[in-house]
Design a protein. Structure first.
Lengths: 700, 111
């Protein structure tokens, strides 16, 4: 044979045999680095002799025999008489003379399975950094050269060489034993091996069309290692699970790339191009895993998910409910953000986009997903399905900015554009719903805005396009609905419309200047006007008001307390002797006017709210226990009711005819006291104001 | 790369040792993750001819011994040199005979 043919053959033989040779040698010399050296010596010898003598019948045994001879020679010739080396050398010599090829063959066959397994475990030992494990495994078990490994991982050759050197050194220094782990250690060590194999596979799987040809071959290397491991350790379900996963993933490689090199997502792949041979192998491997029994591990679960996809002849026939159920289990074992993201996709397909979105939203803050373009892609997809097109467009644009893959970026920008086009046809109802669904609004704001928008939708129509709503229409509607309302109400609705417009505009929706025709009204009843002293006196003279009302009003004036605080008073917190009561964390102090009226109102009660409503509450609307009188069963008087009664009662007194507010009693009291010369600190003590500036208006 | 390896059936009857050896060889190739599919073919077979839109089916065995295929193996390897090496080992077990192998085109060859 020519030198060139010889070299190619030797290279092929090396890749097929080197793992087993190194494994057998490691058992003998107890050092992976040394073992590789001697194996390399044998390779050199093969390169020298085989071109002329031809390839031997059993090349593996030939290499083994030569390597062993070299090992013995080296150990004898070691300059420092290291006892250990001497002992090993003696051990090697005491074994039957294995420079005889036949014996070497037999020995190789007997032990090779176990040795190979030991070599796999040692080269994937968790004490080595992952990159070191990968490089060492590919070198020792895959027979790849340092250069090949470097090019496959897009790294520099010296970097890979360093990793391998360091890995060997660590194994020697730490005296890692050459054995198959047993018992509880096995699970962890096996996980480390599977991690390395899957890492190699994914590196190859992620290769794009523009990469060098060596990268996709990593998939084959990983598959081979997995298949070998499955034969060496057939009792381990997770190994079969990993092999099944890789076989099925690899089955899709022909369908994954489009004509211009773009990646085609699973749902859009032409399933006729899936390699059924590999799929069948995947099914068989998963079956072996299942037959071993026991709770499924992460690889078995991932393989089961892959099988679900592979079993569906078209994307529509995919059993998403089953996949979502499998993810439920997987998320427990591997609660990583990526797995949770994939779970969200499955749940969305099985139970609708809203359910999926509920699982995606918590992931948006995850640090590890920040640069991951698939997160906004998935979110955008789900938002688009929910009709929230403007938000979807934003997400797609964000995803496009994150991906380096040009065809993918183009695709994402196209989807963003399509989503934006959708927003031109957004209806008023959709926009209003989206506006109110904002997570940054509190319940009160939502209620208030909701009121405004409900009227808008009712009067103008649910399904009219948002873009067609004019300022004139909105102005007309507001005038009809709230033209005669108080200025504050008018301004509140105006603010809601302005907020709606600003938000929709910010989302990129087409919307007219809705609030343009609505002017802000001057709030006539702005800061409360004080009731003059004659008015107050006239109020006390009202004998037609109920005892409760007269007591409340007197109390509010004399104490200058806030109405809510006064209404929250309970009988058990009253100190009648000292004309004070405890409420809202402070003392409410009244004077003789209130003191005369209170006992009559309390009527011998010992517990419960001081101010009670007229009737018992309906059974369906029972309030909390602290608002219910235990003796009469009536509930606490509400602010709204008290205010209403006061307003009605004071209409004759009020020159404007509107009636006064309860707050005005407090305000009037403070005003009068200020007129009487009370200094600010004293007023503050009475009123409970925290900011002295608020009292400024009272003090002379 | 995938290769389809074909071998002609020999004239001599295969003996026990051959079956055992071949069995071991197939096992080993499987364990190395190299063998994807393999099988022996029935020697009779059926020939199909299509001419002018008309299909003709003819049962074997066929006179042209050279074209007969006794068995096949589909292997996944890294290089042509590897399949040559596998071929060498196969024929070492079988002895005299003839066969051929063809590369099976994959997606990477489509470009």
């Amino acid at each position: 044979m020519t030198a060139r043919e010889a070299h190619r053959t030797i290279d092929a033989v090396w890749k097929l045999e080197s793992g087993r040779v190194i494994a057998g040698l490691t058992r003998m010399v107890r050092d992976v680095g040394l073992a590789e050296e001697f194996a390399q010596d044998a390779l050199v010898a093969a390169l020298e002799r085989w071109p002329t003598s031809g390839v031997p019948d059993n090349p593996g045994a030939w290499l083994m025999a030569i390597a062993k001879r070299r090992a013995i020679d080296h150990l004898r010739r070691a300059e420092r008489l290291d006892r250990k080396h001497e002992v090993i050398a003696r051990d090697l010599e005491s074994q039957p003379d294995t420079s005889d090829i036949d014996d070497a063959i037999e020995e190789l066959d007997n032990e090779v399975g176990d040795d190979l397994l030991r070599l796999i475990f040692i080269s994937c030992h968790p004490i080595l950094p992952t990159a070191g494990r990968v490089a060492l495994t590919l070198r020792l078990l895959g027979g790849l050269t340092t250069d090949e490994i470097a090019r496959a991982f897009l790294a520099a050759e010296p970097t890979i060489a360093q990793r391998i050197v360091r890995a060997k050194r660590t194994l020697a220094e730490q005296r890692i034993p050459f054995e198959v782990p047993a018992g509880p250690e096995l699970a962890e060590r096996l996980a480390s091996v599977l991690e390395v194999i899957y890492l190699v596979f994914n590196e190859g799987y992620s290769a794009t069309a523009g990469d060098n040809w060596l990268r996709p071959t990593l998939c084959l290397e990983a598959l081979r290692l997995g298949r070998i491991l499955a034969e060496l350790a057939p009792g381990e379900a997770e190994v079969h699970g990993l092999v099944a996963l890789m076989e099925i993933q690899a089955s899709r490689s022909a369908a994954r790339t489009g004509p211009s090199g773009e990646l085609i997502p699973l749902a859009d792949q032409n399933r006729g191009r899936w390699d059924q041979l590999l799929i069948r192998r995947g099914f068989a491997a998963l079956l072996r895993a299942k037959q071993l029994g026991g709770p499924p591990g992460p690889y078995v679960l991932q393989a089961a998910i892959a099988v679900c996809h592979a079993q569906a002849r078209t994307a529509d026939e995919t059993d998403w409910a089953q996949i979502a159920a499998l993810y439920d289990g997987l998320v427990h074992l591997l609660p990583t953000p990526i797995v949770r993201l994939n779970q969200a996709v499955a749940v969305a397909m099985a139970s609708g986009p809203a359910a999926g979105l509920a699982l995606v939203d918590p992931l948006t803050g995850q640090v590890s997903l920040q640069g991951y373009h698939l997160l906004p892609t998935v979110r955008g997809d789900l938002l688009a399905k929910l009709g929230r097109h403007a938000e979807a467009a934003t997400e797609f644009e964000h995803a496009a900015a994150l991906t380096r893959n040009v065809p993918e970026r183009t695709l994402l920008l196209e989807r963003a554009e399509a989503a934006r086009n959708q927003t031109a046809t957004t209806t008023l109802a959709e926009a209003a719903d989206a506006f109110l669904a904002r997570p940054d609004l509190d319940a009160d704001t939502i209620r208030s805005y909701g009121q405004t928008l409900r009227r808008l939708r009712h009067d103008l129509g649910e399904h009219i396009p948002l873009a067609s709503v004019t300022a004139g229409q909105v102005a007309g509607m507001c005038a009809a609905a709230w033209g005669n309302a108080a200025a504050r109400t008018w301004n509140r609705h105006r603010a809601a419309i302005r907020s709606f417009h600003a938000w929709a505009d910010g989302q990129g929706w087409a919307i007219g200047p809705l609030a343009a025709g609505i002017d802000r009204r001057r709030a006539v009843d702005g800061p409360a006007e004080a009731i003059d002293r004659q008015g107050i006196a006239a109020l006390w003279a009202r004998t037609d008001a109920a005892l409760r009302e007269r007591t409340l009003w007197r109390l509010l004036y004399e104490s200058a307390a806030r109405a809510e605080v006064a209404l929250s008073l309970n009988v058990e917190d009253l100190d009648l002797a000292d004309n004070r009561g405890r409420a809202g964390g402070r003392w409410v102090r009244w004077e003789s006017g209130t003191a005369t009226l209170l006992p009559g109102l309390i009527m011998g009660r010992t517990r419960g709210p001081v101010f009670l409503a007229d009737r018992k509450p309906a059974p369906a609307r029972t309030p909390a226990a602290e608002d219910l009188c235990p003796e009469t069963g009536r509930r606490r008087l509400s602010y709204e009711r008290a205010e209403y009664l006061f307003k009605q009662a004071t209409k004759p007194h009020d020159p404007t005819g509107h009636g006064y507010t309860l707050h005005q009693l407090r305000h009037s009291r403070l005003t009068h006291l200020g007129e009487d010369g009370w200094p600010a600190p004293l007023l503050m003590h009475l009123s409970g104001h925290e900011n002295p500036r608020t009292l400024g208006r009272y003090v002379r | 790369m995938r290769f389809l390896m074909l071998s002609n059936p020999g004239d001599s009857q295969p003996d026990e040792t051959l079956y055992v050896e071949m069995g071991k060889f197939i096992d080993e190739l499987s364990k190395q993750g190299v063998l994807l599919a393999t099988g022996g073919l029935d020697p009779v077979g059926t020939r199909v001819q299509s001419a002018g839109g008309e299909l003709t089916f003819t049962d074997g065995p066929f006179a042209e011994a050279k074209e007969a295929i006794g068995g096949f193996a589909l292997v996944e390897v890294r290089s042509r040199a590897e399949v040559i090496e596998i071929s060498r080992r196969f024929w070492k077990i079988v002895g005299d005979g003839e066969g051929r192998f063809h590369q099976v085109y994959g997606p990477e060859d489509a470009q």
